[in-house]
Design a protein. Structure first.
Length: 459
């Protein structure tokens, strides 16, 4: 892949190392006795319900739960509830979107007759996500810096494998991690489609439509991705290359925009009908009827006053290191704020846990040196990550699994900037290039080590 025919071996070794780590963390954690004891295996149950022709889970609530004066009171329902399921009219529902069940768990059960284990689903989603990002990074490097040493490309591969939040999703493959891993996979595939549409310029509208389809399907898993699925296609359409017949007319642009928004419209209508059938309103996902540690019937889930705390936690939260293996202690903390609650769960900051992201600060310095097609792609990619990050700043919970909502686009841009910076330093083989590469090596190895320790199986 390089002008000097550097070996592929370092890149292949990095890919192999990441996949082995995924397999180790995912299988060891997913088959651990503690994980097997917890009733968080909800997506296989949802698939069973769909195959049986019902929208509720095929599990009956305990009679003691239904007889409580207030079944949503966490103090009353604690002995009888199935944690975090939504209770409505005597039936259990899953508040997470149905897309993972429809696209993965139902086909698997229909073809094999066996339920798809959640840990295996997360392992598959994370692996496809990582391999897609690896292909995308190699395409970018082959275009902008084909002489990049393969060992430096391997560093980027390791950063993408360990820095996008996948190890944490594999560490605890619960129902929430399934939805996050599913969406991360779709976002990676969408970015690949956007690259072919905006940079390669072969069949741009076809690849743009495929990217839009992936983003629309992600809304079927996590509703807040609707903002990305709405804005990104329209911005990307403006960056699509013009036809041979000259600039398209306004009417043609409008037709293209309508076509690109069609998948999102279909998904949103489907979700509205799905919610109407379950909760008698198209606007209720079931989150208010969850049975958990708090009564959420009257809670506020998004507030501006959360922004500063979330911004601080996501970027700068310190890792509480200890002297005992695995040398850290991260806890879940809850705070009551009036009628709402605020949750900080197993959190560490991007700066402390994934320092490779710091390279994003160099974007202004290199922006004008990037060719226009790639600049368009990187801009749209940043927009996708930035929109989700902006939404999460106001959310009532800050947790590591939400990293996957915005880190995929941001870390891809960060890895690209590292390659571009190395290319600039290559023009002057001085101590600055040696120092730069030393810092990159240290940052990547630190990210790999810290992610393995933070997500060590059975701890």
């Amino acid at each position: 892949m390089t002008a000097h025919r550097h070996s592929f071996l370092p890149v292949l070794a990095a890919v192999f190392a990441v996949l082995i780590a995924y397999l180790w963390i995912g299988t060891r954690s997913g088959t651990a006795p503690l994980y097997a004891m917890l009733d968080y295996h909800y997506y296989p149950l949802l698939a069973d319900g769909f195959l049986a022709g019902q929208l509720s889970l095929p599990v009956e609530p305990k009679p003691e739960l239904l007889q409580l004066p207030d079944p949503y009171d966490p103090d009353q329902n604690q002995p009888y509830r199935m944690h975090d399921l939504s209770l409505y009219h005597g039936k259990y529902y899953l508040f997470s979107g149905p897309a993972p069940a429809l696209l993965a768990f139902v086909p698997w059960k229909a073809l094999t007759g066996q339920p798809l284990p959640q840990y295996l689903a997360v392992l598959l989603f994370c692996s496809v996500h990582f391999l897609t990002l690896t292909v995308l990074l190699c395409l970018i490097i082959a275009r902008v810096a084909p002489a990049t040493p393969s060992w430096f490309v391997a560093l980027g591969v390791l950063a993408l494998g360990f820095g996008t939040g996948n190890p944490h999703l594999l560490r605890w493959p619960s129902v929430y991690q399934v939805a996050s891993a599913f969406n991360a996979c779709l976002v990676a595939l969408a970015l690949l489609g956007l690259y072919f549409a905006l940079v390669s310029r072969r069949y741009p509208l076809f690849f743009l439509f495929l990217a839009v389809l992936c983003l629309a399907l992600s809304v079927g898993s996590r509703l807040h991705f609707a903002l990305v699925a709405l804005v990104v296609p329209l911005v990307a359409l403006l960056g699509c290359p013009e036809s041979r017949n000259g600039p398209p007319s306004i009417l043609r642009r409008l037709r293209h925009a309508a076509l690109l928004l069609l998948p999102l419209g279909v998904v949103l209508i489907g979700l509205a009908l799905y919610n109407q059938a379950r909760f008698d309103t198209p606007f209720e996902t079931g989150v208010r009827y969850q049975l958990g540690g708090f009564n959420l019937l009257h809670a506020h889930f998004w507030q501006v006053q959360n922004a500063f705390a979330n911004f601080t936690y996501y970027l700068f939260q310190k890792i509480p290191f200890t002297t005992e293996f695995p040398y850290h202690e991260i806890r879940t903390r809850f705070f009551l704020r009036g009628t709402s609650f605020y949750q900080q769960e197993c959190l560490y900051g991007l700066i402390t846990g994934m320092p490779v992201c710091v390279s994003l600060l160099s974007l202004p310095a290199f922006w004008t040196r990037i060719e226009r097609p790639l600049r368009r792609f990187l801009g749209v990619t940043l927009l996708a990550g930035g929109l989700n990050f902006a939404f999460l700043l106001g959310f009532t919970s800050a947790t590591v699994r939400y990293f996957s909502d915005f880190l995929t686009p941001l870390l891809l841009v960060a890895a690209t900037l590292l390659v571009i910076a190395d290319l600039q330093f290559a023009k002057d083989r001085s101590w600055m290039r040696v120092a730069f590469r030393t810092v990159v090596i240290a940052a990547v190895l630190y990210t790999v080590a810290i992610q393995i320790l933070l997500n060590f199986p059975s701890h």
